[in-house]
Ligand binder design. Structure first.
Ligand code: OAD
Length: 247
């Protein structure tokens, strides 16, 4: 059972101008019914990233990769944001200097009402042409089972970051800047294993931030964090909001 320290309560309730930065991972969407990646039931225990989440896989078998992403989209379209997502949307409303960074591609933070979200790994609901980079926010056939073809002749792929690809550089820079200037940094529902996202909490703490981790289990970050709130983010975050006078 988690207990929120007096220090954290003081930091969050002391001034609405406190600089708060949040990094989320797949765990925050787990209570909505979106599978995480690692762990016994994670996506990477059933599927091989090298067969589905890299550009070579897409070039050699675009329809297989496309259908896997269509399957994930179907799951995401059926689920709803949970109280973890809505608490963070509320935090953005309440605090003047708040940055939300996510590794998730499910768009659930925006659906919960968060306005400014730095999506480090892209968004599964959007697509782009592999040849001319034209963006497609909607497709002629949203349920297409095979990878659609752009007017230029290139294949259309999901607008997500695959293994071996660069993250969107402006978004990444904004995330690093926010981490460097944070007074409080939350790492929520992430195994903190995938870089560069995993460096953000470390950088924040090195630059003086109070580092808080929220997770159902310990991670490589836990011993380094100033505070570990053990539990599902959909329960810990609403309590935190209430106890810090932000609800
Ligand atoms: P992981 O699947 O690696 O980690 C999910 C974390 O969420 C684990 O530490 C779980 O213990 C925790 N967790 C599960 N349920 C939770 C809950 N209800 N509340 C709080 N925590 C919970 O997912 P990520 O760390 O997000 O990249 O993975 C990072 C990246 O690896 C992903 O963005 C993806 C993947 O390969 C790309 O696709 C580029």
């Amino acid at each position: 059972m988690f207990s929120i320290s007096r220090e954290l309560k003081t930091l969050l309730s002391g001034s609405p101008a406190v600089r708060v930065v949040v990094l989320t991972g797949a765990g925050i969407s787990a209570e909505s019914g979106v599978p995480t990646f690692r762990g016994t039931d994670g996506l990477w225990s059933k599927f091989k990233p090298e067969e589905l989440a890299n550009v070579d896989a897409f070039m050699s078998n675009p329809d297989l990769v496309w259908s896997w992403y269509q399957h994930r989209r179907e799951i995401i379209n059926k689920v709803q944001p949970n109280e973890g997502h809505t608490s963070l949307a509320r935090m953005e409303e309440k605090l003047a200097d708040f940055t939300l960074i996510t590794q998730n591609v499910d768009g659930l933070h925006r659906r919960a009402g968060s306005r400014n979200v730095l999506e480090l790994h892209g968004n599964i609901l959007y697509n782009k042409c592999i040849k001319c980079s034209k963006m497609y926010q909607t497709l002629p056939d949203e349920e297409a089972k095979s990878a659609p073809v752009c007017e230029c002749g290139g294949r259309i792929r999901p607008d997500v970051v695959w293994f071996g690809e660069m993250l969107p550089q402006q978004i990444l820079q904004s995330a690093f800047r926010a981490a460097e200037n944070a007074a409080v940094f939350f790492s929520i529902g992430t195994s903190a294993l995938v870089h560069p996202a995993a460096s953000l909490p470390v950088i924040a703490k090195q630059r003086g931030a109070y580092l808080v981790e929220i997770n159902v289990e310990t991670t490589v970050l836990t011993d380094y964090a100033d505070e570990f709130l053990e539990g599902p983010s959909g329960e810990v975050l609403p309590s935190l909001m209430k106890e810090c006078g932000l609800a």
